[in-house]
Design a protein around this ligand. Structure first.
Ligand code: NAD
Length: 558
């Protein structure tokens, strides 16, 4: 085409402000969010296009990244761009209310849905791993998970300690893109945090972004500081640098090691490119991943088995211990730890009651790049949800404690009905100029009606429908039909190849009346999917919401 396009590089910040680089705000939003996913303040490793979660990428290769940015600049208001595992493959004529981008990442036919086959295809340049929000361009840094982690820890403290957090601490490992939210989330509940991270750089990144308070190489010093904080009743977070399989057995021998909650966020879902085996330096693992990935996998699985045995020991000692969505139990079971699933998953334990109300991780980002816009949105939402104590507490804490990474963004767990109210309010604020530029609204794929993941979001469903993925597909179809701005369908996010199928949606509030219509449809349907899914599976809360609140245009079919 004759249109001259600008060349962008992964790692650079997304453009800010009112000036368009594209032919419309929906294309512009996709462009800015792709760049924001890979902003060096946001992504774990932008040079390799890795956003978070092991090797969760935003584009397949540098060439593909550049082709996507060019295609988005060139895309008309009635066209849609098709992305196949991080590569732009076609553009098609659709219409104005259709999504501007349709994304499918890492999807494989069931019998081939494993890491071995995926790795072969990735080597040939035919696929990439999209994780959840990495390949669907709605990652907003560790903040994206921090409220979910906070809700989870909070609920766990309520269930096990009547909500008391003072003098208590969470123990975990892995301070990467998502896991890095744990120290801050624990501190926000009022508890302390002790974590193990093998890669010093990652821990330092968390101190820099104010998610983590202290780093130690020495267990004695770390425990001394932790014990001090516990005695003084102050909430602080501490990381020990080392491999969890070296550190945790040593901690278990100490009389003063008595965590109140235990979990894990190493990238155990990916034993080759995620989990670091015992005895491996960062240099060694990087080299062997290239030269002998099978050996890395074998050693990682041995380490994961040891790791899970330590977690089981803590559980035996009576400490509430839960899997935090990284598939560590299945990996350990593969390696012969038969009772790995004695450890419960976090969704059935703490999150499902929220899913049954259509509650999930609503998030938005300010395309202006202006922090004062975020402030105005926070204030308006605080006002809108004045009856909700948890939202009031969160919207007070979040701006104080969460530093901005990339475009100013916020996460806010909202249920059916409330996501719509929030979306329309934000669109109205753009319309009347209170907020200076359009706002991108989206969510994690980890949501109430968008995932099939039997070891995570759909573990232990009431009717045994854990592995039924039709719901996730219907979620993607419904969002396309309703006019979301981009829609994605992925395989393997969170728990790895063969273990999950899930959909993502993003919608742009550009202040127009057309956007308001689309927002009405999408933000009604998308959380309603959680109600449909859970009502069908026999959850009474969802059936009641369907009966009492879905009297209008949407509802479960009788
Ligand atoms: P990441 O790859 O960015 O970070 C993983 C971290 O674990 C890295 O910092 C790595 O150095 C560290 N690590 C690996 N092996 C270790 C070992 N043996 N000892 C100590 N540290 C070790 O991944 P992430 O984005 O933080 O995600 C972590 C896991 O959680 C993934 O499996 C991901 O799929 C899953 N996840 C969970 C949720 C959720 O809501 N619970 C959401 C997204 C992802």
């Amino acid at each position: 085409s004759s249109f001259t396009t600008k060349i962008f590089k992964p790692g650079e910040s997304a453009p800010r402000g009112k000036k368009l680089n594209t032919k419309g705000w929906l294309q512009e939003a996709a462009l800015r969010m792709l760049l924001n996913n890979l902003d060096k303040e946001v992504a774990e490793n932008p040079e390799e296009l890795v956003v978070y979660g092991g090797r969760g990428k935003a584009a397949r290769s540098i060439q593909d990244f550049q082709k996507i940015t060019q295609a988005l600049q060139d895309l008309e208001d009635d066209e849609s761009l098709l992305i196949q595992s991080g590569s732009p493959v076609a553009r098609i004529k659709t219409w104005k209310n259709a999504p501007r981008v349709l994304i499918a990442n890492s999807n494989l036919v069931g019998n081939w849905a494993n890491w071995d086959h995926f790795d072969e295809l990735e080597k040939k340049g035919l696929m990439m791993y999209g994780q959840m929000t990495a390949g669907s361009w709605i990652y907003i840094g560790s903040q994206g998970i921090v409220q979910g982690t906070y809700e989870t820890f909070n609920e766990a403290f309520h269930q096990h300690y009547q909500g008391k957090t003072k003098g208590k601490y969470v123990f975990s490992a892995g301070l990467g893109g998502m896991g890095g939210a744990q120290p801050l989330a624990a501190v926000l509940t009022g508890a302390c945090f002790l974590g193990v991270e093998v890669d010093r750089k990652r821990a330092e990144m968390r101190v820099k972004s104010k998610y983590l308070d202290e780093i130690y190489d020495n267990i004695d010093l770390a425990m001394k500081s932790l014990n001090n904080h516990l005695e003084n009743g102050v909430a602080k977070s501490i990381a020990i640098i080392g491999n969890v399989v070296d550190i945790l057995p040593k901690l278990l021998e100490r009389k003063d090691f008595k965590p109140s909650l235990v979990t894990d966020q190493t990238s155990a879902h990916d034993p080759v490119y995620g989990y670091i085996p015992q005895g491996y330096s960062m240099e060694k693992v990087e080299q062997l991943r290239k030269e002998n990935p099978k050996l890395v996998e074998k050693d990682a699985l041995v380490s994961i088995a040891k790791h899970v045995k330590c977690l089981l020991e803590l559980k035996k000692r009576g400490v509430p211990t839960f899997d935090y969505g990284n598939n560590i139990r299945a990996m350990a079971k593969k390696e012969g730890v038969e009772n790995a699933f004695d450890i419960k998953g976090f969704v059935p334990e703490y999150i499902r009651p929220l899913f049954c109300k259509g509650k999930g991780p609503f998030r938005f980002a300010m395309l202006s790049g202006d922090q004062s816009d975020l402030k105005k949105a926070d204030a308006a939402l605080t006002n809108l949800f004045s009856d909700y104590e948890d939202i009031q507490r969160w919207l007070k804490l979040a701006p104080e404690r969460i530093s901005v990474q990339g475009l100013p963004a916020r996460i806010l767990w909202l249920g059916y009905g409330d996501r719509l109210k929030a979306g329309l309010l934000l669109n109205q604020m753009v319309k009347n100029g209170e907020i200076s530029c359009p706002i991108v609204i989206g969510r994690d794929h980890l949501d109430c009606g968008s995932v099939a993941s039997p070891y995570r979001e759909t573990e232990a469903m009431k009717d045994g429908s854990d592995a039924v993925a039709d719901w996730a597909l219907l979620n993607a179809f419904g969002n396309i039909a309703s006019g979301a701005s981009w829609v994605s369908f992925h395989h393997g996010g969170g728990v790895g190849m063969g273990y999950s199928l899930h959909a993502g949606m993003v919608i742009v509030a550009d202040g127009s009346d057309e956007a308001a219509e689309r927002l009405k449809r999408v933000l009604t349907f998308d959380p309603a999917m959680g109600i449909f899914r859970h009502a069908d599976a026999g959850y009474e809360t969802s059936q009641q919401i369907a009966r009492e609140q879905m009297t209008g245009e949407v509802g479960v079919s009788s």
